[in-house]
Write a protein that binds this ligand. Structure first.
Ligand SMILES: Nc1ncnc2c1ncn2[C@@H]1O[C@H](COP(=O)(O)OP(=O)(O)OP(=O)(O)O)[C@@H](O)[C@H]1O
Ligand SMILES: [Mg+2]
Length: 254
């Protein structure tokens, strides 16, 4: 008698890592699926970049990992714990996930210090003060302007501010959506350098979405390229730049 089909091949090996998504399907409202089953894994201390054309689902993927979009199917695991149905604020607090969104990432009418403290609302007052002091020490350019309104900051300083707001919660995992968007080449270098510093200083696991492929890949260990809500390429960052498929995906899909 033939063996049942389900037993014919080896079972797929579960992915391992600090951030894992398995078969992630997501969309908005009653609209179509934007993510069509994403399998991704980021090891502890890795920097991994997500690339892909506009509208292919990069931010949706990051928001689903951060808990801002509830998946229709599949799983999100943070440090081997299933967080699929954990709301975003509890992912920060209990699963140590920091999220820096693509847009609207600072409150212009609040001061620099107030913006940073928004990331630490769940801490007791003494911890909040201590963490704020640490952040101010790490970011002298923000410390110098701590009582100024965020509207008075440059684009690069705002980007640092929104990263600092995520860091005050002392995350183990940092999700960054286009940290270099809209920055001059010099500021872009500073933000990318800072991302490497954060990882080297803390061992944090960093998953970022980027459009500036060459610079993002230069500081990344690995990358995923999405096309139409699917993983089209997963590769070591150093090899991806020479992969002819990369240009094809940018020019072709969507
Ligand atoms: N809040 C939303 N409600 C409905 N549809 C949305 C929403 N946000 C994104 N979409 C749709 O989901 C698709 C993927 O969007 P997403 O923002 O994930 O793309 P992206 O790859 O991050 O693009 P970009 O490079 O332009 O930032 C797009 O078709 C977009 O219109
Ligand atoms: Mg986006």
């Amino acid at each position: 008698m033939n063996a049942p089909l389900a037993l014919a091949g080896p079972a797929p090996r579960p992915l391992e890592g600090m951030i894992v998504t398995q078969g992630l399907r997501a969309g908005y409202g009653d609209g179509p699926d934007i993510l069509h089953g994403i399998d991704l894994a980021v090891a502890s201390g890795e920097i991994v970049t997500i690339l892909g054309p506009n509208g292919c689902g990069k931010s949706t993927l990051l928001k689903t990992i951060g808990g801002f979009v509830v998946p229709r199917a599949g799983q999100v695991l943070i440090d081997a714990r299933d967080t699929t149905s954990v709301p975003a604020h509890l992912r920060v607090r209990e699963h140590h996930v920091g999220f820096v969104p693509q847009t609207d990432n600072v409150f212009a009418t609040l001061s620099v210090a107030e913006n940073i403290l928004l990331g630490a609302r769940f801490l007791v007052a003494s911890q909040r003060r201590e963490r704020l002091a640490q952040i101010m020490k790490a970011y002298p350019s923000l410390a110098a302007k701590k009582d100024r309104r965020a509207s008075a900051l440059s684009g690069g300083e705002r980007q640092l501010l929104s990263i600092a707001r995520a860091l005050i919660a002392d995350p183990a995992v940092l999700l960054l959506d286009e940290p270099s968007a809209g920055l001059s080449p010099l500021m872009m270098d500073e933000v990318f350098d800072e991302i490497v510093c954060i990882r080297d200083r803390t061992g944090m696991t960093i998953l970022m979405v980027e459009q500036n492929a060459a610079q993002a890949l230069a500081i990344s260990d690995r990358a995923y390229v999405l096309a139409l809500g699917r993983v089209a390429i997963e590769q070591r960052a150093s090899e991806l730049l020479n992969n002819p498929e990369l240009a094809g995906l940018y020019l072709g899909a969507h």
